[in-house]
Design a protein around this ligand. Sequence first.
Ligand code: ADP
Ligand code: MG
Ligand code: ZN
Length: 480
Amino acid sequence: MSREDYEVVIGLEVHSELSTKTKIFCSCPTEFGGEPNTHCCPVCMAMPGALPVLNEKVVEYAVKAGLATNCEISTDSKNDRKNYFYPDLPKSYQISQFDKPLCKGGYIDIETSRGKSRIGLTRIHIEEDAGKLNHDPYGRGSLVDLNRAGVPLIEIVSEPDLRSSEEVEAYLRKLKSILEYIEVSDCKMQEGSLRADVNVSIRPKGETKFGTRTEMKNMNSFRSIVRAIEYEVDRQISVVENGGKIEQETLRWDDVSGKTFSMRDKEDAQDYRYFPDPDLVAIKLSEEYIQNIKNSLPELPESRRKRYLEEYKLTEKEANLLTSSKYLSDLFENASKICGNMKAVSNWIMSDISRILNEKELEPDQIPFKADALAELISLIDKQTISNSIGKKVLEEMFEDASKMPSKIIEEKGWLQISDEGAIKDVVQKILKANSKSVEDYKSGKEKALGFLVGQAMKETKGKANPQMLNKMFIEEMNK
Ligand code: ADP
Ligand code: MG
Ligand code: ZN
């Protein structure tokens, strides 16, 4: 059988760090980074006798996430201990949720080249993050940093409803944008705030039973997730095609070699010896509490998209891209408010900003400048202080050094637009003299020649000449 005869089946377990100020069971800060072991206390370092107290904000954020993804919220939930041994886990158990998660049975709608599909969510539960191991590059051992231990997470478990790496990417992008919109997580993948365990299996098309899956742990970039899935599917198909059997195991994806490696056999739930954490009380939520959170939910991407289409009269393409990330959409709205030129803001985001993000392989949350800087750039072009083409160069600079506003960059680089009549006239005359053929063409009715001459003058002035003035003066001079 060939690759086309197999169906790919994927389910994701996504971990998202919640942006509460303090940890899930103590009052240590959740802030990323910091000197190792400075955001710790007896509770998150697992000192004997230290007792956890559940952070109420964590419950609120998880309920928000559940409501925004169409889940049913449990009024009766609890925390359980998941027992395993690993040096980054000081208690030797992780406080998580087993049989009574906070949220159950939601879904997320996605759109891909295959059309629209609905991806089911099995559950969303709350749990604590583990610490971080720093491996000494010279092999002298590993050091444990517990700053991250006890940072609150939600785990969002999908049904095995995904059928390709394209669907996985669309699902993750949608989920990420929902979590950003409701402001429960900053979803910075490069900081590990959003990471996914990717479960992959294959089966012959038409087969209704699932195949044995493998699980790739802790993936945190779209690019590596897509590559890893493609690799793993190929690997599984060739194992089966060669008469082998897929082993259920946990794999590690290596971005450098582009391969997966076996980490360990898969453990079953029973290996974790789950039991209710006796140090914590049950989580009982009233209907009124849930309703209040529902009422407080901010605008979600789907409704913002509709608003962009109906109120702002943006195109389908603009509305989709601008609302695909809260960071982009906030940049769009805030910059429009400041400079008053919504169409221009949309154009800049759709074209040059998207292009630079692509080239630099950055996500929208990594755009270094703020809305006021983009607004200023657009105002400077609107006021003809700089030309559009200089504007593009200013934008490149803004990506390099966000501490400088566009006006400062223009001043430092000497990029002010030339609008002095005498100076423009000098350039026009120089270009006319050097291009007599084009002048002939223009006079014989070839309008295109004008564009060429203006282009030459722009080149001569390194893009600084005022293009409207150039146009006008070329026509005047040639009609003399
Ligand atoms: P765990 O990995 O913690 O044991 P589960 O058994 O609930 O948890 O499954 C975890 C994930 O694996 C879910 O997202 C689920 O959709 C996915 N999954 C389960 N079976 C398969 C399969 N045969 N192929 C691909 N994904 C699967
Ligand atoms: Mg798993
Ligand atoms: Zn602590």
